[in-house]
Design a protein around this ligand. Sequence first.
Ligand code: UD1
Length: 420
Amino acid sequence: MDKLLITGGQRLSGSLRISGAKNSALKLLAGVLLTEEPVTLGNVPHLHDVTTMIELLGCLGADVVIDEKLRVEVTASQLRSVRAPYELVKTMRASFVVLGPLLARCGSAEVSLPGGCAIGARPVDQHLKGLTALGADIEVIDGYVHARVDGRLKGAEVTFDMVTVGGTENVLMAACLADGQTVIHNAAREPEIVDLAEFLIAMGADITGQGTFTIVVNGVERLHGCSYSVMPDRVETGTYLIAAAATGGSIRVQGAAPETLSVVLDKLRESGAQIAIHDDVIELDMHGRRPIAVDIETAPYPGFPTDMQAQYLAMNAIADGTSRIHETIFENRFMHVQEINRLGANIEIEGGSTAVVHGVAQLKAAPVMATDLRASFSLVVAALVASGTTLIDRIYHIDRGYETIEEKLQLLGADVRRVR
Ligand code: UD1
């Protein structure tokens, strides 16, 4: 099993190009199932989760070709299966979003209940509620969701009980081929939803309201092929900005989408960073200063993203002052706290959903273990600021979501090595 060896103490400094967004690329790849025609996707990040999704598409009968510019061309002209097996879905929750497209295109689907990061119960009741409203008959048998519909799905009003990114995506994709109008109320407003909607529009879908609480989809009989480029990864962008700030360093990230990171950039300014933005470039400079402790409360977009909570917490661990980090999206998302405390941090969990972080002047290296995707990068941030060499085990979690992590960190001057 791969591990990372990080010797802390270097200030990160330099330039970095941001990859395409994992959380968007995965959904766009699922959306390809809605058409028989070839679809070409650019800016697809090279990640384990993307490989898993491509494997799933292959399993369903799609042809996938990666060209010399690393564009992914998928042709799902004839599907030979509508079953997404447990072995693939268990490793990655995002694969559950093939349910909507398969059902809308083929009239039936069998998709294993999902796995993915162990950050809370993460049920799929809202996905199923939405698809049922569109006319699907759904049963859960032996860990698989069996969904079917006679003829086409029917447009309907869908109101989610909470903001759900995956639920919105499943229903949005299914509604594109439904008969009539679907209105999704309390829709997720994440930039990845907007990216998915724009992609579906490029395939001929009739969608308005993406990026707001109410998305309206007028179903069409068929969608066609298109060429589309995946949006920049806002979580990767924020993660490297936080890592640089924690080390007192300076960084220039290129190919980013600064408008998707407003709250994170504001928090970084509060932490003491000087930030400049020009088009798709974000420059951050801490001028060697120690970060100031800053309170965080995660919330659906445009609030502070839960996917950057762990990384910010790691920076607060060495910040000047005490901060409170309140997690409102997932109920079990503080597994990294125990590990960061092993490095000498002083963090307490209050009532399960709040971490009280008493900033310490210095962390000290110790062996630690990655527990989930984003939490694993919080250990990287902690290791970068710790004295000595930290060994991070189970980094397969990091490889699910961060492209060429050690190359990118080395480029910024970090002392990082992968060992087996
Ligand atoms: C997506 C992102 C993940 C991010 C999360 C929240 C991908 C691949 N993953 O996950 O990185 O952290 O959005 O921004 O895009 N819920 C239910 N019932 C449902 C669906 C969700 O109770 O049917 C709950 C979840 O348990 C969670 C909350 O709603 O507490 C938000 O989940 P959701 O937005 O659906 O997250 P994902 O789509 O799984």
